[in-house]
Write a protein that binds this ligand. Structure first.
Ligand code: PFF
Length: 452
């Protein structure tokens, strides 16, 4: 009953899958979000909880998501429906696919706005606009950008079109070509930047901030945020990794591949922190200032450091590339669904998905200016969408994936698809997916709403 390939195509090798999945995982989450939430939640202790979530919850769920995707070989909605049918389960499991599609639209909508900031900063950095600016100068530049809805909308539109163009070209000529070129470029830029931070920044201050745990700064909510970040950064819980798994050859080892992707993503987050905090401390600035961290602090630092125009530009190109390879994966599940179920051509499907996400993104654009005064639970539209997706929808999607693979699919099916030959390894994974991940997610949820 196992399908050998998806109607949308297949990666030409396991390495391409690794590039694509790492491209999905490594994004704004690693370079923009991770450093600023570590800053907000006090550093080392938060990093430890985050790493525990990655290893005990993220890695096993990534394997589960890939195995489900590869067994179903369709968009997450249809994959879930097909597997549920094959296993004799209720068709309502396809709701898990729908949950992912909703989360995907929401994430894509604001992701593109923030990626638009990165795009605009590539040009600013390249033009040398940061040279010699003081803190007030760069802050004014950032605020000038986010307070101007038209400019935000223009960059958001360009980025959404960039994403759409890759997705419209399909798996082989779009996604695969993009990651083949962009991922090696990303690696080179990152290595350059960490070298630069080591040479020019206060490396040990940054290092200490990230690795010295101070548990007094950790609240129940910090733990939820750390877990949400683990899901967000690994692209889990919404079907992106599932659909990438559906394009993976049946012969590739899911365990080894997942471990590589998780390792690469974690390494990039840590390296990004080690590139950013030393520069922040070298300029005598504060790490806890939220989403503006890399758009205010870093440009100022770059503006005062030798080689700052070049390295500043490299930094924002890196951020842009990382965001691009991720947004492609956020768009893919909904596009695949429209092609499968509505008989649409890929180009039309990509345009439709991009259009809806673009419209939703206007909410985020306005939340930084005209709507900044409208809040719910003290959060703007952007904060709400970000909080709801990362901290609730993605962990919920992950929980359902773990329950499906751990409790509803037969052990024979999961074993066959995973193809792990070492019994101890399989048992460990199965235990993590059945018990540790679901219980962990539930406990973190309960703790966050102060029930325990
Ligand atoms: N993992 C991406 C990042 O860290 O920026 C964001 C992301 C991509 C989230 C794909 C969810 C997703 F399905």
């Amino acid at each position: 009953m196992r399908k050998e390939s998806s109607i949308h195509g297949q990666w030409s090798s396991r390495l391409v899958f690794i590039l694509a999945a790492t491209g999905s995982a490594v994004g704004l989450g690693n370079i923009w979000r991770f450093p600023y939430i570590v800053g907000e939640h006090g550093g080392g202790a938060f990093v430890l909880v985050y790493l525990a979530c990655i290893l005990l919850i993220g890695l096993p769920i990534m394997m589960a998501e890939i195995l489900i995707g590869r067994r179903g070989r369709q968009s997450p909605i249809n994959t879930m429906a097909t597997l549920a049918r094959d296993e004799g389960l209720s068709r309502s499991w396809s709701l898990l696919g729908w949950l992912g599609v909703v989360a995907g639209f929401l994430i894509l909508s604001y992701y593109s706005v923030i990626a638009g900031w990165a795009l605009s900063y590539v040009f600013r950095a390249g033009a040398g606009s940061f040279s010699g600016q003081d803190a007030d100068g760069v802050r004014a530049m950032f605020e000038g950008l986010v307070s101007d809805p038209e400019r935000l909308l223009a960059w958001h539109t360009i980025f959404m079109v960039m994403t759409m163009m890759v997705v419209a070209r399909g798996v082989r000529s779009g996604l695969e070509q993009a990651v083949r070129i962009l991922m090696p470029a990303l690696l080179i830029m990152l290595v350059l930047l960490v070298g630069y931070a080591m040479a020019e920044g206060h490396f040990m201050d940054g290092f200490r901030f990230m690795f010295r745990p101070d548990f007094s700064r950790l609240s129940g909510n910090s733990v939820l945020v750390a877990m949400g970040q683990a899901f967000f950064t690994l692209s889990l819980g919404m079907g992106a990794i599932m659909i990438y798994g559906s394009y993976l050859s049946s012969r590739a080892s899911i365990a080894r591949t997942s471990a590589t992707v998780v390792g690469a993503d974690t390494a990039v987050a840590i390296l990004a922190g080690l590139a950013i905090f030393p520069i922040v401390f070298a300029s005598g600035l504060e790490p806890g200032q939220g989403p503006g961290l890399i758009f205010i602090t870093l440009p100022m630092a770059f503006g005062q450091m030798p080689g700052g125009v070049l390295f500043g530009t490299v930094f924002f190109v890196l951020l842009l590339v990382a965001a691009w390879t991720s947004s492609i994966s956020i768009m893919e599940p909904a596009v695949a669904y429209l092609v499968e179920n509505r008989g649409m051509h890929r180009v039309g499907a990509a345009a439709a998905v991009a259009g809806v996400a673009w419209l939703l993104g206007i909410g985020t654009v306005l939340s930084f200016n005209h709507w900044s005064g409208y809040t719910l639970f003290d959060r703007t539209f952007f904060d709400l969408v970000d909080y709801l997706t990362s901290n609730i929808l993605l962990p919920l999607g992950g929980l359902l994936i773990a329950l499906f693979a751990g409790w509803r699919m037969t052990e024979r099916s999961v074993m066959e698809e995973l193809g792990i030959r070492r019994p101890l390894l399989f048992r460990t994974w199965y235990y993590l997916v059945r018990f540790v991940a679901p219980i962990g997610i539930l406990l973190v949820f309960l703790r966050a709403i102060n029930l325990i």
